[in-house]
Design a protein around this ligand. Structure first.
Ligand SMILES: Cc1cc2nc3c(=O)[nH]c(=O)nc-3n(C[C@H](O)[C@H](O)[C@H](O)COP(=O)(O)OP(=O)(O)OC[C@H]3O[C@@H](n4cnc5c(N)ncnc54)[C@H](O)[C@@H]3O)c2cc1C
Length: 542
């Protein structure tokens, strides 16, 4: 059996960070196992290409949830990267750390070392930020953060003015001293290319002789000796391969596949595992519990001023955008369409921002939003306003339905299962209408295309939310971190409760979902996990 010091399962956002940091000093032999293949394709490297990878089974697990009762029985489509770089290779690149309070909540839930002041150095360490080094930002770190405020679509300024008209402050940096307000999002690109952790962390580390990457290798089981993880079994090109871990196995398969792999390996609800013929190693009911996600809805407006639709829809516009990109790696192809937005308090009594806003100068009313026709928007000038609650309180579940590792698990987000989340759905829908009615917006809006002015009452707006709201692709917390093995999966050092030599380090460990987009927090989690793993190795732990 081939032996390694560390085996990392999943070369996604977190796995690429871990592979780099754990192999850095050359002393440990590290294996990175990835079910997908290469990320060297145009539609992954070109920032706006995420519209194309959204439904591409070659790089995407393409999950569906179960029918959600609160969404009128609709299933939600959950894309997840199955490729080097993981979901970070197919995401919209918006770079948001979240709020100080998110991490202070993590620490207050019994996770020492995860308060904002503890995690800020790991955010900074990861960054090569356009703003340069400061007490808030890093320079010279692996992942580039681009400030697009000078090149964002001009209508973003109008959105900001609309926010200011509602009393929200302008912020020049959601990741700086003032996370609250309206402004322009920063994105993970470098010189017009996607700055996934695959590009930022993994690629340079692959030069090292002590790091081995195995692609198209689907981990099917963690191997144990008693209650210690000692290796991994994976399938590759029709063969079953086992590899051994001298020190640790680190699961970084993301919020869907990490709990799935634990359950397949005998770490999960014992009754569920028994029913599927999997001998439980321990009864760990929290595996797959506590799943969280952000649920958003968009309102579409016809505009009297040109939007990205006018640039991206016509063939001549596409050619112009392509030439612009080839010329200086700039223009709309070098960005996300989510260019501006905000974190605002929806009521006077909200203690901190509780709603995230998006203004995207583009619309797709002729096709469902879920189809992401970024390069084929509507054939007229229009834009969208969107919101999601920052910290939903609904929690869902994830469970394997078969001992076959190729079977997708059953995903039940349980959206809108609390009064708080229902209240936010209604408040946010009303808030979008109020934003649209401010002078800077009303001056250019000629029509509300979707849902349409005929919907006015609370019942109608809530019904519309249930009919159209959908994920913004941020599942977290399915292997939640916490002190109590009855309610959580990993401890504050990300060690699986009750098992030696096994950690989980990805978005699944978030004790609660962060207030914004989840990629940057996942990078931070992986940076901190790597530091803890190296520390523990130094002191002979695990
Ligand atoms: C369409 C989309 C848009 C998004 N937009 C944004 C955004 O703009 N900003 C933002 O901050 N976040 C965004 N996100 C969310 C963000 O990308 C994720 O939160 C983040 O990538 C999660 O990282 P992870 O390491 O937990 O999982 P992933 O990055 O998903 O990595 C998991 C990896 O493990 C591999 N794997 C899984 N199981 C196995 C197995 N059994 N064997 C081998 N390999 C395995 C997978 O193939 C994958 O490569 C978006 C996500 C999507 C899908």
């Amino acid at each position: 059996m081939d032996m390694f010091d560390y085996i990392i399962v999943g070369a996604g956002t977190a796995g690429c960070v871990l592979a780099n940091r754990l192999s850095a000093d050359g002393s440990a032999r590290v294996l990175l196992i990835e079910a997908g293949g290469s990320d060297r394709t145009l539609w992954i490297q070109l920032p706006i290409g995420y519209g194309r990878t959204f439904f591409d089974r070659r790089v995407n697990w393409m999950y569906d949830t179960e029918a959600e009762p609160a969404l009128h029985g609709r299933k939600s489509y959950w894309p997840r990267g199955k490729v080097i770089g993981g979901s970070g290779s197919i995401n919209a690149m918006v770079h948001v750390r979240g709020q100080r309070g998110d991490y202070d909540d993590w620490a207050a839930a019994g996770n020492p070392g995860w308060a904002w002041d503890d995690v800020l150095p790991f955010f900074i360490r990861s960054e090569d930020h356009d703003h340069g080094a400061s007490q808030w930002h890093g320079a010279g770190g692996p992942q580039h953060v681009t400030d697009i405020s000078r090149v964002a679509h001009p209508l973003c300024r109008r959105f900001i003015a609309a926010g200011e008209a509602m009393g929200y402050p302008f912020t020049a940096d959601f990741n700086g001293p003032q996370a609250e307000g309206v402004g322009i999002y920063q994105i993970n690109t470098r010189k017009g290319r996607r700055a996934s952790t695959a590009n930022a962390y993994l690629r340079p580390a692959l030069q090292r002789g002590n790091l081995v990457l195995r692609t198209h290798a689907h981990a099917t089981r963690i191997l144990f000796e008693g209650r210690r993880a000692i290796g991994v079994e994976y399938h590759r090109r029709g063969a079953t391969v086992t590899v051994g871990a001298r020190r640790e196995v680190i699961v970084a398969g993301g919020s869907i596949n990490s709990p799935q792999l634990l359950q397949l390996s005998g770490i999960g609800d014992a009754a569920l595992l028994h029913s599927l013929g999997i001998p439980p190693l321990i009864d760990a009911r929290a595996v797959g519990a506590n799943l969280q996600d952000h649920l958003a809805v968009s309102y579409f407006y016809r505009s009297s001023l040109p939007t990205l639709n006018d640039e991206l829809r016509p063939l001549v516009g596409k050619i112009r955008a392509a030439l612009r990109y080839l010329f200086d790696r700039g223009g709309p192809l070098s960005m996300s369409v989510n260019q501006s937005g905000g974190f605002i308090r929806s009521t006077a009594t909200s203690g901190r921002p509780d709603m995230q806003l998006y203004f995207s100068p583009v619309s797709y009313t002729r096709s469902p939003l879920s189809e992401r026709r970024l390069l084929n928007p509507d054939p007229f000038s229009a834009f969208l306003l969107s919101f999601n609650g920052c910290r939903p309180t609904s929690r869902g579940t994830l469970a394997i339905v078969s001992p076959d590792p190729r079977s997708p698990p059953s995903i039940r987000p349980n959206y809108l299962s609390t009064e708080y989340d229902i209240g936010q759905a209604l408040a946010g829908s009303r808030l979008l209408r109020t934003l649209a009615a401010t002078a800077p917006m009303a001056e250019i809006i000629t029509d509300e295309l979707v849902p349409g002015r005929h919907l006015q009452t609370d019942a109608e707006l809530l019904d519309d939310f249930r009919a159209r709201a959908d994920t913004v692709y941020h599942p977290t917390s399915s292997c939640m971190m916490g002190p109590d093995p009855a309610t959580s999966v990993v401890d504050a050092r990300l060690r699986v409760h009750g098992i030696a030599g096994l950690r989980v380090a990805d978005a699944s460990i978030f004790p609660n979902i962060t207030s914004g987009n989840t990629n940057a927090p996942t990078v931070m989690v992986a940076e901190k996990a790597a530091a803890m793993i190296l520390d523990d190795a130094r002191f002979g732990q695990q």
